[in-house]
Design a protein around this ligand. Sequence first.
Ligand code: ADP
Ligand code: MG
Length: 1107
Amino acid sequence: MAKMEVKTSLLDDMIGVGDMVLLEPLNEDSFINNLKKRFDHNEVYTYIGSVVISINPYRSLPIYTPEKVEEYRNRNFYELSPHIFALSDEAYRSLRDQDKDQCILITGESGAGKTEASKLVMSYVAAVCGKGAEVNQVKEQLLQSNPVLEAFGNAKTVRNDNSSRFGKYMDIEFDFKGDPLGGVISNYLLEKSRVVKQPRGERNFHIFYQILSGASEEFLCKLKLERDFSRYNYLGLDSARVNGVDDASNFRTVRNAMQIVGFMDHETQSVFEVVAAVLKLGNIEFKPESRANGLDESKIKDKNELKEICELTGIDQSVLERAFSFRTVEAKQEKVSTTLNVAQAYYARDALAKNLYSRLFSWLVTRINESIKAQTKVRKKVMGVLDIYGFEIFEDNSFEQFIINYCNEKLQQIFIELTLKEEQEEYIREGIEWTHIEYFNNAIICDLIENNQTGILAMLDEECLRPGTVTDDTFLEKLNQVCATHQHFESRMSKCSRFLNDTSLPHSCFRIQHYAGKVLYQVEGFVDKNNDLLYRDLSQAMWKANHSLIKALFPEGNPAKINLKRPPTAGSQFKASVATLMKNLQTKNPNYIRCIKPNDKKAAHIFNEALVCHQIRYLGLLENVRVRRAGYAFRQPYEPCLERYKMLCKQTWPHWRGPARAGVEVLFNELRIPEEEFSFGRSKIFIRNPRTLFKLEDLRKQRLEDLATLIGKIYRGWKCRTRFLLMKKCQVVIASWYRRYAQQKKYQKIKSSAITVQSYIRGWKARKLLRELKHLKRCNEAATVIAAYWHGTQARRELKRLKEEARRKHAVAVIWAYWLGLKVRREYRKFFRANAGRKIYEFTLQRLMQKYFLEMKNKMPSLSPIDKNWPARPYLFLDSTHKELKRIFHLWRCKKYRDQFTDQQKLIYEEKLEASELFKDKKALYPASVGQPFQGAYLEISENPKYKKLKDAVDEKIIIAEVVNKINRANGKAASRIFLLTKNNVLLADQKSGTIKSEVPLGDVTKVSMSSQNDGFFAVHLKEGSEAASKGDFLLSSDHLIEMATKLYRTTLSQTKQKLNIEISDEFLVQFKQDKVCVKFIQGSQKNGNIPTCKRKNNRLLEVAVP
Ligand SMILES: Nc1ncnc2c1ncn2[C@@H]1O[C@H](COP(=O)(O)OP(=O)(O)O)[C@@H](O)[C@H]1O
Ligand SMILES: [Mg+2]
């Protein structure tokens, strides 16, 4: 795809001339030819400076695509070929960037494309302004208000299939960023007469047809409507369908739009109920009925329709019926009720329908405003879009056309004011050289209509308020009187004879030469329409409706709020609102779109030169071009101009000190702008050519970029410097802190070193001092010691002297005593007996003995025989006595101890004593037996049933019953036997069976042998030749050897009066039958614990190893 060439000027690829200012030569023909040429090439837009001329193409052109929007976005006005988007962009940008409120004034005849143009402007602004969910919703609501208002306010006319039958001015509000915040719509005078009657070839408002075509059966039924258009009197039949218009789908669009705008379901429902009620009102018909008093009275023909209306709107049927039949007039607290004739009834019906509809329309606008109004209270920038009904000339022109055309007059006026007149006046004011350009100023026409005293509207009001019979004819008469001389007023009846013979001017009409042409107005209906009367009975009936919307539409029907003052007339209301509008527009920066209709056939490709020529003339476009060409494209007071461009010149940047004008002069000289391109006015600079302005703008843009770079550079430099300074400061702080720290450290080190050195020195000093002190102390001590020694020596010497002295004294005393004794003895010797010394000795001895015994008495030890204590001997000479005394005392206390014994105990101790005599210091086993009581009967022979047989066999008293081991002489092994000792016998019995193996009378026992060691072996030797001896001696061992031997000894002694021989030897012979075997006891190992083992060594030797 070839890359699209980027246009940088509207001169590129130009068809004809894009800007009429550049047209050469400039005359009407060339102007029209240029338009035609461009129109034929699908260029429907042409500029006159900043004004856009738009020719209705009557077909859709591909010049409104999103790509086109992007193309025109943020581009200079003259950069691209003329387009409505360029104007929209210019307006939006100067609103956003220069904070200037804007208005877009769209003018032109009906069908010239004003409404379309306004929608294009809105859609362009919506496309280029801010985005985001909230903003998009606002945009959507603003855009969707159009279909709703068009459905209710537009209709097909002969000039336009979608003609706006109301004036609309919409303020779109933006925030400082240029994002839309909301909007306010003002509506101007709906052409409500259309509701009840349409001219030939025209339709009622779209919504009626849309409901009937588009609503579902169910919805229609709810509204009590039928789909057939012909059922309704209010719908003009001849052109119910419009080519290319799909009412049904439009209905859906409208409902959807209502929803988007924010209508609640119940609101939508109410709106359609009112629409249905209006439609059905047209079907109520009246018939005359003569009354007795001769007054005509009307009656409703078919009450069915009335009933349905009442059901739909919740109005009491009787109330409405009465309102259609009577009229109550209140004057000075008096109520007068008159009947209505048929014509009056029809009038009342139509008035009600018109009022219902037009009030509904105003309500819709209010309701939409409620939805789209800006939510914030911040300052808003405003862009107003004015789409007012275009200039209209019909066959029959009535009050509505009069009003519409008046409005267009006013708009033309404001255009003239702002572009032609104002411009030229400004040149003069500013002292710019200027040749005046003639143009037609329509102020005179405006004055004809709106003059407060002589204006047509003022007279109409006067006529309406005048008491007495007022008709349209009386109004015309009045006009004829007052305006007859006015240049633009024409009437046949006027006194001025100019038109007396003008047949084109009927008697019941007047004609006004509007700026856009002559219009003939039928005077019929003017008074009525201006009065806009609705009988009070009807408004009261409406107020009583059980339908919140209808009730709200007729607030004056509330009997509590009866207002006897007449409401303002339609004309004066309109005049006032137009005046407000004009005032509003004057505060804003105007942008013009002048729409031109190429033909009357609503057809594409047809360019009717005569028609276009007519429009160009009355729109004053040629004059517009002339003024433009002669003048300057752009002007601006010096101050803002200098402010805007001062950065383009060194002298003026950044500040110019001096008058702004001089600054601008310097600036322009510096920029080398050719002198013919600009002029200096008194307070403004005038720039002839837009191109110069654009050059300035481009330079400014360039410079701003440079400045931005510069600012960025300086800012970055500043930032870096600030950062550097901060870092430097930080560095200094850190360094100082560090130095402080380092010095501190150093100081501490020196301090601690000093302290160390100091402490060493102190230590050294202290030690030195200590040494000295010690030395001193030692010296002192030595002195003390020496002193002490000295004193000691002195003392000892003294003591020795004293002792010597004492000894000497003693010796003296002794010698003295001896000498005295000697002297005494010598003297008394002759008196002493020879044995006196012996007596003194004995006496002394006696005395000592006495003392000894008395002391012993107190020192006696205890009476226990085993107490070994005995007091020490006091005198040596009593040694033997002392020992003897000890022995005697021991014997005595033993005797005392024995005396305590019972006979039994005595026997036991006798036995023990016997054992002691027999074995003490002989047998090693003995000491272990001392502590063991001798029990004798270890086996309980008499009690234990096991030994019953044994007991039966032995009838004597058993002294010993004990198990012993009998040593087998063959191998030295032991076998258990029961050993019994009775008074007369020794018995051995089998341990298990109790059978007596051997029985030896005590008399046959000759000897018992045993070792000296710690074993229980013993041999019982038998008398040779005795019966028992045939089996040989017994070699036995027992744990109770000492007891057994002792008892055996004692028993034998008591029985046989012979001492049993007990041999204690480590080697003895035992007689086994024929052989004598030697039993030898040796010291054995401790292999089997402490048990002695017996082994046969040979035929003659049994060796017992004792551990
Ligand atoms: N720019 C346009 N492109 C295509 N058709 C247009 C354009 N402007 C107007 N029309 C056609 O002309 C008709 C009348 O335009 P409209 O804006 O309603 O006229 P006005 O509001 O001036 O009475 C529109 O219904 C449309 O068919
Ligand atoms: Mg329109």
